[in-house]
Design a protein around this ligand. Structure first.
Ligand code: KG4
Ligand code: ZN
Length: 360
């Protein structure tokens, strides 16, 4: 793609959200600018809720149903002739779900005779902060970026928009999984992150001292599996029941069976432990690499306590803190348009086929 203005129509179906966006992109790699013209997201949460997580074949069926309906409601048709490129997520994600978006994009591309760009979902999260207007973008670098979603926890050093190095990753669960699994133990419905955040709002985060796994280690990696186990022991202790009982009750709502106020304090303390683990490594990297900004993105970056903690530390360190607008934290197609523009300016190519394990 040359550098002039481009209109990108993007599609995202990697997990349980069907999403489409129409985005205007312009500028060179050192100063890209985006204007979101249209942005639509249809969540399948209600369809997966009773299973406590995303069921790939249900996701596929729901995407197949939603894509043509959404295109119609989206009313993009009169603007088709203005579209320069169609972008579609090819991975990482659930392959049956990814294929629905890819096939839909391919058919549409043939119909309107436009090229289809195979996009990387993680890069979408990484570049989602660019959807907000940013002054003096080049003063942000070097930047430390933290991607925290249901599938990934990755810490990166960005020397410019296009040059990055992975500093560390989670060794087990992703930060979003830590929220979801913790919420499940507390008997909260899927997806647990926003529910746990809501419960934590009413609690005191200093009440219980959950571990901060790996937080003091001399690396930039994360680990959350032990934290989840610590929560299980805490609940066992508070609930004074046996393991089997806890697991049974968790499904129907263990938080209701705890002493009044306990569930809120446990949720707040557990959430704080996750935030502290993330902040410890992120700001260690800021110091080591003399970063001028910190960027967070991904579903977990929607968490207000996390945003507040990071904003406060960044202020103390006298560096910029950037996070996407709320609607662009969780999965969306606007971020797919942004990353596709950046990647196509770089000349990055990949096959137009689903790759569940596609990496950065
Ligand atoms: O980025 P995303 O929408 O999908 C993936 O690429 O994984 O992230 C979803 C994850 C889920 O684990 C969800 O529980 C978590 O982000 N999440 C949150 C919040 N909103 C979404 N976690 C904590 N607090 C939130 N407010
Ligand atoms: Zn995502």
């Amino acid at each position: 793609m040359p550098e002039s203005k481009k209109i990108i129509f993007s599609i995202e179906t990697s997990c349980d959200e069907t999403a489409m966006a129409l985005v205007e992109a312009k500028g060179k790699l050192i100063s890209p600018k985006f204007k979101v013209i249209k942005n639509a997201i249809l969540s399948q949460i209600a369809k997966h809720k009773e299973f406590g997580g995303v069921v790939p074949n249900i996701a596929k069926r729901e995407h197949q149903k939603a894509l043509p309906e959404m295109l119609e409601i989206f009313e993009v048709v009169p603007e088709f002739e203005d579209i320069d490129i169609i972008a579609v997520t090819v991975g990482p994600g659930l392959e049956p779900a990814l294929w629905t978006g890819i096939e839909f994009a391919e058919d549409l591309g043939k119909k309107i005779n436009k090229p289809v760009f195979p996009a990387n979902h993680i890069k979408g999260h990484l570049y989602s902060f660019l959807l907000s207007s940013i002054n003096n973008i080049n003063e942000l670098f070097p930047a430390v970026a933290l991607i925290v979603s249901g599938g990934h926890t990755i810490l990166l050093l960005l020397n410019s928009i296009s040059e990055y190095k992975v500093l560390g990753e989670t060794k087990d669960d992703a930060a979003g999984e830590a929220f979801d699994k913790g919420a499940r133990l507390l008997g909260l419905p899927y997806p647990g992150g926003p529910e746990l955040e809501k419960l934590a709002l009413k609690g005191n985060s200093a009440t219980f001292n959950f571990p901060r796994p790996m937080a003091n280690q001399d690396n930039f990696d994360f680990s959350f599996a032990g934290l989840k186990t610590a929560l299980l022991y805490k609940l066992k202790d508070s609930y004074k029941a046996n393991w089997k009982d806890i697991n049974k009750k968790a499904i129907s709502g263990i938080s209701d069976n705890l002493a009044s106020g306990d569930a809120e304090d446990i949720a707040a303390s557990y959430q704080q432990a996750i935030i502290d683990c993330l902040a410890a490594k992120t700001f260690k990297a800021v110091k080591k690499f003399s970063a001028r900004s910190v960027i967070i993105s991904g579903g977990v970056a929607a968490n207000k306590a996390l945003r507040k903690a990071f904003a406060e530390i960044a202020k103390k360190e006298n560096i910029e803190f950037l996070a996407p607008e709320q609607q662009f934290n969780t999965d969306n197609a606007a971020m797919i348009a942004a990353s596709s523009y950046i990647e196509s300016l770089q000349g990055i190519e990949r096959p137009l086929e689903a790759n569940g394990n596609l990496s950065l």
